[in-house]
Design a protein around this ligand. Structure first.
Ligand code: COA
Ligand code: AMP
Length: 637
């Protein structure tokens, strides 16, 4: 379909002329217990609320309502090369499993509005756990398994869950990683102790249970099943929270992004057909993790709300067993659309540059590849296009938005591709680019990308228990706009170009991390006087963190010893997901005369990019010292 045939421009114009009518129409795809009094209430919340007055249940819309029409269709296909297991849950099976677990949660005292933290690997119980919470109006908060106990404890303290759902272990490639000891440590570190934990015992590693607090998931479910216990869907307000998902902020304290029930359902359902071009009954695969927003939106809720089949894949793009894993899954399960991060394709390309492992896999049903989570480099996009012979679509969004801000909507009809740009804003979003003073800049000029308020349905209404932090971080920077903290430009055709963050967030293998958080950890080491962490270019992960440290005078330990300790410390405090492998001791850090560390210039030196001497620099020689230190580690161009 060419651009002249795309319905995108009509859809966007229709939304712009009548946003309320547009979302009212989209909301007809959802079953409401009571319809909204007002589609948008501009007076409520921090910038207005969607579907005010409506009552609904997300689990009902994702599961129960499909049972009559597609009860025998696969809802979830679990494919786990790391355990050699596959399991299909039909919509009917899923309803049964979710209703029973929801009853177990109720028996454990969980009621509407209570929080439940999940610290789970990619097993069906993760999706079942999330849906069970939604069923009874509890608010789930999933914490990615690669985070360390301290990070988990911070999230537990903020969310104050009544119950934690977990599993005895996760499996990373060939390694079995016990999760339960990490949870035990997190609970011992946290001030807000959960009343109980429900633990899936996996055969690869049995966890020991704490008397009086921990319960065996399988046993509790078996008891509830034998007793015929099932929980009904509990009506909740459309504006009630469905979940809280913590994401990196500019300090060590993560932000609890809140998602509501009503707007979230309407937005995700709209994207499935109009953006991703998927029909009910088709197989959709988001190769991410339920611990990330992509997992929430497109492993769990989006496909199920749409009556599609979701793949839940416990494996990697490479090494489980090889770089042909994705092709096997696509062919075997008839996947029509794959969504993953560019880093996954870089990993496949590195292992199998000529895509020889595609041989023998029938990809005839496969229609499109979507990439997000980090900037999709044109090389990777073009390589994927060449080997797969389907559209490869870069799209841009954030944990905060929950669904694509910009992309090339295959469902409405593809627009011409400009490599390096995630194309155009979706209905719901007006994008502008502002200078530091908040003035719009002309096309093709870099600035801060902002979204005109109000945000559309599905985007965060606020941060968990932190309206003021939400206003400060997102709304007060440019009054009237939501600040994305992404820098870039709009070109003359209205295409957006997202070039990087304006804050200290870096993207490592599609995972969002705060360098400020890592600096807090480095600074806590007794030998460290000061430090700076930057993200340096990496051919596989996009960016990796690199920490520069200045040691205190009189430190007896050798610098390399401290560096090794610092690498372990970040792993211990933040987790393996930080991929922090490089700490470099230097004599001093480059600063402005007012004492600000020149992280931007250090990054340019490390990336081998051209840089100019900042006029305000205190001592120019220090930048040469940084370049020299990087060269000794094989970096700096
Ligand atoms: N539980 C425990 N540990 C985890 C984990 C989890 N769920 N996920 C990752 N880790 C660990 C990894 O084992 C690794 O540990 P190591 O330092 O001991 O090797 C570390 O965290 C870093 O993980 P990752 O950044 O994923 O690197 P990797 O080298 O294991 O794999 C890729 C690299 C590219 C294959 C991998 O990042 C990938 O598959 N990415 C796909 C894209 C994606 O999931 N994006 C998310 C947003 S869409
Ligand atoms: P997360 O909240 O983890 O989804 O990360 C969101 C951030 O990832 C965005 O603010 C961007 O900086 C970056 N990002 C996500 N998708 C893209 C994309 N398609 N192009 C460029 N950057 C992206």
């Amino acid at each position: 379909m060419t651009s002249t045939q795309s319905r995108y421009h009509d859809a966007y114009a229709q939304w712009k002329s009548d946003p309320v009518g547009f979302w009212e129409e989209a909301a007809r795809e959802i079953d409401w217990i009571r319809p909204a009094d007002r589609i948008f209430d501009a007076e409520a919340g921090t910038y207005g609320r969607w579907f005010a007055g409506a009552l609904c249940n997300t689990c009902y819309n994702a599961v129960d309502r499909h049972v009559a029409t597609r009860g025998d269709q696969a809802a979830i296909i679990y494919d786990s090369p790391v355990t050699g297991t596959k399991r299909i849950l039909t919509y009917r099976d899923l309803q049964e499993e979710v209703a029973i677990l929801a009853a177990v949660l109720q028996d454990m005292g969980v009621a509407k509005g209570d929080r439940v933290v999940l610290y789970m690997p990619m097993i069906p119980e993760a999706s079942i756990g999330m849906l069970a919470c939604a069923r009874i109006g509890a608010v789930h908060s999933v914490v990615f398994g690669g985070f360390a106990p301290k990070e988990l404890a911070t999230r537990i303290d903020d969310a104050r869950p009544k119950v934690v759902l977990t599993a005895s272990c996760g499996i990373e490639g060939a390694r079995v990683l016990p999760y339960k000891p990490l949870l035990d440590e997190a609970i011992s570190l946290s001030a807000a102790k959960p009343e109980s934990c429900l633990v899936v015992q996996r055969p690869q590693c049995e966890a020991s249970l704490v008397e009086g607090r921990d319960r065996d998931w399988q046993e509790e479910v078996a008891k509830a099943r034998a007793a015929g216990r099932k929980a009904d869907c509990v009506p909740v307000a459309a504006t009630d929270p469905l979940y809280v998902l913590y994401t990196s902020g500019t300090t060590g304290k993560p932000k609890g992004v809140v998602r509501d029930n009503g707007g979230h359902m309407v937005a995700l359902k709209w994207t499935m057909r109009n953006f991703y071009g998927v029909e009910p009954g088709e197989v959709f695969w988001a190769a991410s993790d339920v611990g990330w927003v992509v997992g929430h939106s497109y492993i769990v809720y989006g496909p199920l709300l749409h009556g599609a089949t979701a793949i839940l894949y416990e494996g990697k793009p490479v090494g489980t067993p090889d770089a042909g894993a994705y092709w096997r899954v696509i062919a075997e399960h008839g996947v029509v659309t794959l969504f993953t991060a560019p880093t996954a394709f870089r990993a496949i390309k590195k292992e199998d540059p000529n895509a020889e492992l595609l041989e023998g896999h029938d990809l005839s049903r496969f229609r499109a590849l979507f990439l997000a989570g980090e900037r999709a480099d044109p090389d990777t996009i073009q390589w994927a296009e060449r080997i797969l012979d389907v559209p490869v679509i870069d799209h841009w969004w954030q944990t905060e938005t929950g669904w694509p801000v910009a992309g090339n909507p295959i469902g409405l009809g593809l627009l011409p591709v400009k490599y390096g740009s995630p194309t155009v804003p979706m209905p719901g979003y007006v994008l502008e680019v502002l200078d530091e003073g908040g003035k719009p800049v002309p096309p093709d000029t870099m600035g801060s990308i902002v979204i005109k308020l109000p945000l559309p349905p599905g985007c965060l209404p606020t941060l968990w228990n932190a309206d003021e932090r939400f206003r400060e971080a997102y709304l007060s920077v440019y009054p009237g706009y939501y600040s994305t903290s992404d820098a870039g430009y709009l070109d003359k055709d209205g295409y957006v170009w997202v070039m990087g963050r304006t804050d200290d967030i870096i993207n490592v293998a599609g995972h969002r991390l705060s360098t400020g958080g890592m600096e807090e950890v480095l600074a806590s080491h007794p030998a460290v006087a000061e430090c700076a962490v930057i993200g340096v270019k990496d051919s596989l992960k996009g960016e990796v963190p690199c920490g520069f440290v200045v040691l205190k005078a009189g430190v007896a330990k050798a610098p390399h010893e401290v560096e090794t300790e610092l690498v372990s410390l970040v792993r211990e405090k933040i987790g393996p997901v930080a991929a922090f492998k490089l700490a470099i001791t230097v004599g001093r850090l480059p600063k402005t005369r007012s004492g600000k560390i020149l992280r931007g210039t250090m990054k340019k030196i490390a990336d081998g990019e051209s840089w100019s001497m900042p006029a305000t620099i205190d001592d120019p020689v220090i930048l040469d010292e940084i370049g020299e230190a990087l060269k000794q580690r094989g970096l700096a161009g």
